[in-house]
Design a protein around this ligand. Structure first.
Ligand code: AFP
Length: 342
């Protein structure tokens, strides 16, 4: 009898992660399982983000839904889902989230593992009310302390030491994009079967970039170097051509477009808020994981003064200026900043 494959060319995320693991015969499978759990979290969060707005209607009386459960804010829901899927598995030593002030310990009753999970559960959440894409960002590191409960030392690691990172973008479809250090792959959620399927294998930034992406509304708070760099992107300051401007205000969506369409996304240091002289983006939960993805796709990420992933973090919620995308565009930012903002 001839056995025909019933789904000839479908690569699920599970199969893909497992195939990657096969290259490492000594791997325990913990990282593979951890990535599965993150994908599952993405499916659960996606199912809620697509119902954003409906929850309010269903839960209008006393903020309860039909089951009588309290309606949670989406970012709180996303935080809880990721935490609850990962607190008991024995794969993690500790977690940290953009939503939590301190590190998130693994409860005493559960075993501790060798990995550390950092995440931004719902990035761009101020966009939810406007039906604009939001996302989840994650980074996985190996713990530094030998055993026992993970500590701050395990969390404050350089972007250079990330083992795997990626994001889920909840947009016109839900996608999961990740890298474990061997290129970047993108999966689209087929909601009919509830599976992430490989839709964007081995993503590389296009050589001819299309877009620049920045909140130009803050231009008056920028330094001379950043202003001139932006003019260069617009085809002035001796540039050979101009790029189109796109800015969503959800980092995941802006970086996703940069990854697929080519270009540069930046959130520079500015003088708008004296409490945030380094800009708005968080090094650990936003900048480092996205930098790893972009660099694995052939791009480059910088603080404007050097490689972003070399920063040694000093605080859990530290912010950083960020420029990422096609290498030549990011290096040009460094050039302008070095020349005008010495
Ligand atoms: P929210 O999660 O508060 O919406 O912030 C999103 C974000 O951290 C990042 O996703 C965007 O790139 C950036 O802020 C947008 O900030 P501006 O509104 O200052 O441009």
């Amino acid at each position: 009898m001839t056995v025909r494959p019933f789904v000839p060319s479908v690569m699920t995320i599970e199969r893909h992660i497992l195939t990657e693991q096969e290259a490492f015969p000594d791997a325990s499978g913990a990282l593979t399982q951890l990535l599965y759990d993150i994908a599952l979290a993405g499916k659960l969060i996606a199912s809620r983000t697509t119902r954003a707005g409906l929850a309010d209607i269903v839960g209008a009386a006393g903020h309860e839904n039909v089951q009588g459960e309290e309606v949670q804010k989406l970012d709180v829901y996303a935080q809880d889902v990721i935490y609850q899927l990962n607190d008991h598995t024995g794969r993690l030593a500790v977690m940290a989230s953009e939503e939590e002030k301190e590190i998130i310990p693994i409860p005493e009753k559960y075993p501790k593992g060798k990995y550390v999970l950092l995440f931004d559960p719902l990035d761009g959440s101020t966009n939810i009310d406007f039906n604009v894409s939001v996302g989840t960002i994650f980074a996985i590191y190996k713990r530094k302390t030998p055993s026992g409960p993970g500590t701050l030392e395990d969390v404050l690691q350089k972007g250079r030491d990330i083992v795997a990172a990626g994001y889920m973008v909840y947009g016109s479809s839900t996608m999961l994009v990740y890298t474990a250090g061997h290129g970047v792959n993108g999966f689209t959620l087929d909601s009919n079967i509830g599976e992430f399927l490989l839709s964007h294998p081995s993503i590389r930034l296009p050589e001819r970039p299309k877009y620049y992406s920045v909140n130009q509304g803050y231009e008056k708070y920028w330094t001379e170097g950043i202003k001139r760099y932006t003019q260069w992107l617009q085809g002035e300051e001796g540039a050979a051509r101009s790029l189109s401007l796109r800015y969503i205000g959800s980092m995941v969506a802006d970086v996703h477009r940069t990854l697929l369409g080519g270009g540069v996304f930046f959130y520079p240091a500015d003088t708008r808020d004296p409490k945030k002289p380094e800009g708005k983006l968080r090094l650990l939960y936003e900048a480092n994981p996205m930098a790893f993805v972009i660099e694995q796709a052939g791009g480059y990420a910088s603080t404007g003064r050097g490689p972003l992933r070399d920063i040694v973090p000093t605080g859990l919620h530290q912010r950083t200026p960020l420029y990422l995308g096609n290498r030549d565009l990011v290096e040009k930012a460094e050039e302008f900043i070095a020349k005008y903002d010495a």
